[in-house]
Each structure stands twice: as structure tokens, then as C-alpha cells.
Design a binder for this molecule. Structure first.
Ligand SMILES: [Zn+2]
Length: 103
């Protein structure tokens, strides 16, 4: 019984750690657009900003990834031009150090 308990707790801790690690960095639309154009010269700030806003409002309205049905990753969807979640857009499951836009 004791072993089962420990395993249960470890499972919960692992889950918590994973959630924490997978938490994306929240950034405003304005900041993300600025950062994006700085890293991608040639992209238009206003265009990126409006794409981000549209993606964010689609996410708020409950838009889901066309591949797997997870909530969309607004920042990524705005850049790639289709509604997808982080995993389907990047092919990675580790969300850490990636940005998600908020208002
Ligand atoms: Zn997906």
C-alpha cells in the first residue's frame, strides 16, 4: 500500500512539474509583433499585429487545432496562417520558452 501511495504522489508531482514546464510565456500582441519583426526583417509590424489579434480572438471563441482538436496556439497560428496547436505547428511537445499572446 505504501508503495502505491508513493507512486501516486510521484505521478502527481511529475504531472505538476510537466504543467509548469509546459507553461508558455505570456506576452502582449504588441510585444510579440515587435519581437517577431525584429527577428524577421521584411515582415510588417502592422500585418503581424493584426494577424495576432485575429488569431487570439479565434482562440477566445474556442478555435481548435485542425489536426488534433487542442486549443489553438494563437501566436503560432498567426505566423503560419492556419489554426493549429503548438505541437502540430512545431512538432514539439515542450512548450517551455515559447510565447503565447495575450492582450
Ligand atoms: Zn494539434
Amino acid at each position: 500500500m505504501a508503495i502505491n501511495c508513493d507512486e501516486g504522489n510521484r505521478g502527481i508531482i511529475k504531472k505538476l512539474l510537466r504543467q509548469r514546464r509546459n507553461r508558455m510565456i505570456k506576452i502582449t500582441v504588441e510585444k510579440f509583433a515587435k519581437m517577431y519583426v525584429e527577428n524577421n526583417p521584411g515582415e510588417k509590424f502592422n500585418e503581424i499585429k493584426s494577424n495576432l489579434k485575429t488569431a487570439l480572438s479565434r482562440k477566445k471563441a474556442g478555435a481548435v487545432c485542425g489536426d488534433c482538436g487542442q486549443p489553438i496556439w494563437a501566436a503560432g497560428s498567426a505566423i503560419v496562417g492556419f489554426d493549429g496547436c503548438f505541437t502540430c505547428i512545431t512538432g514539439e511537445s515542450d512548450h517551455s520558452e515559447d510565447y503565447e499572446v495575450s492582450e
